[in-house]
Write a protein that binds this ligand. Structure first.
Ligand code: UT7
Length: 331
């Protein structure tokens, strides 16, 4: 019997229409375009303006684009995984709603909360389901409505984040393409550096938590920056070594988009040739679980069969890791 690997066979993406520029933010908080561009690389981000719509709206749109792009029958999907830090509701998974709305009537589904590493962790789960031999089509979506948890009075965080969603379909592959290896990590000691304090079981919502603005995302940016650079560099280096990969053999690095300076530092550490580190942070900002699939969506026409991609991410938790995947088809 031929061994099964799990490969990406289709990609979808969606960002809302409303653009929030650095100049718009200048009118909201004490910041300026020069600071934001030079410290983060971000020029603008997309915001899901309609308050009645949640993360599922973007996830459904990204999934529908994927289904259309490769003419996939939604009833053939076995599993829908939504990686998100901003589910529609704390209880009742976003994945269940998305599956039903896209017509995936034969699928089961669940959410993954891995913050900015959610999509990377989701790739691991999706591929394990495929490689078990029991499931043939797993739809993995990374989606976040960061504007629902960002404090637009806090200049340290509100300039960074944006809303968006991306989706990939994983299917069995019998030629060895797809996910080859991964190193995935957590360190709970990091949880106070990047968090929402209230609204969970430890500190349920109250008038006091609302008054204290504890339902908004808080970040201690400088240490997070340092951990992000060193941990992502470390896991990529280990992953390359144990797969006997030279850096000039990598076609693309698909990194989480938190800060252009983080990406430049990793590229320098790895001595990567220019152009291999994919980036689109200038137009979307940090969309948390959506950054990796949105990079795939933006670059999908460029990937060729057997190209070698390294995915990497770092986020709240702390959570981080790197995965090695070969592209399975010519676009
Ligand atoms: O995606 C999940 C993981 N997250 C990350 O990887 C993010 C990692 N961290 C970062 O990307 C950066 O730390 C930030 C972009 C968040 C902040 O950039 P920084 O260069 O580390 O700035 P800082 O926090 O050290 O602040 C430097 C100065 C401060 O002023 P003082 O104390 O030196 O007078 C801040 O108050 O910049 C000030 N500042 C701003 N000034 C204008 C902070 N935010 C702003 C702002 N506009 N928006």
């Amino acid at each position: 019997m031929k061994s099964i690997t799990s490969a990406i066979t289709s990609v979808g993406g969606y960002v809302p229409e409303t653009v929030l520029t650095n100049f718009d933010l200048e009118k909201m908080v004490d910041t300026n375009n020069e600071w934001i561009i030079s410290r983060t690389g971000i020029k603008e981000r997309r915001i899901l303006k309609d308050k009645s719509l949640g993360t599922s709206f973007m996830a459904i749109n990204a999934a529908n684009k994927l289904l259309q792009e490769k003419d996939v029958d939604p009833t053939s999907i076995d599993l829908v995984i939504v990686s998100t830090a901003t589910p529609d509701m704390p209880v009742s998974s976003t994945a269940s709603f998305v599956a039903t709305e896209i017509g995936a009537s034969n699928a089961f589904g669940y959410d993954i909360q891995g913050a900015c590493s959610g999509f990377l962790f989701g790739m691991s789960a999706a591929c394990a389901h495929i490689c078990s031999g029991r499931y043939r089509k797993v739809l993995l979506i990374g989606a976040d409505k960061m504007s629902s948890i960002v404090d637009y009075e806090d200049r340290k965080t509100c300039v960074i984040f944006g809303d968006g969603a991306g989706a990939v379909l994983f299917e069995p592959n019998y030629e060895g393409y797809g996910l080859k290896d991964e190193i995935l990590k957590v360190d709970g000691n990091g949880r106070n550096f990047l968090k929402i304090e209230a609204g969970g079981s430890m500190l349920p919502a109250s008038n006091q938590t609302i008054e204290n603005r504890q339902h908004f995302l808080q970040q201690d940016g400088r240490p997070v920056f340092k951990f992000a650079v060193s941990y992502m560099t470390e896991v990529i280096t280990k992953l390359l070594k144990r797969n006997s990969l030279e850096k000039n053999e990598i076609d693309y690095v698909v990194p989480h988009q938190a800060n252009k300076r983080i990406l430049d530092a990793i590229a320098r550490n790895l001595d990567l040739a220019p152009g291999k580190m994919l980036t689109n942070i200038e137009k979307y900002g940090n969309t948390t679980a959506a950054t990796l699939p949105l990079l795939l969506w933006d670059n999908r026409k460029n990937f060729k069969k057997n190209e070698k991609l390294i995915f990497t991410a770092f986020g709240a938790g702390f959570t981080w890791g790197a995965s090695y995947l070969t592209w399975a088809y010519n676009s």
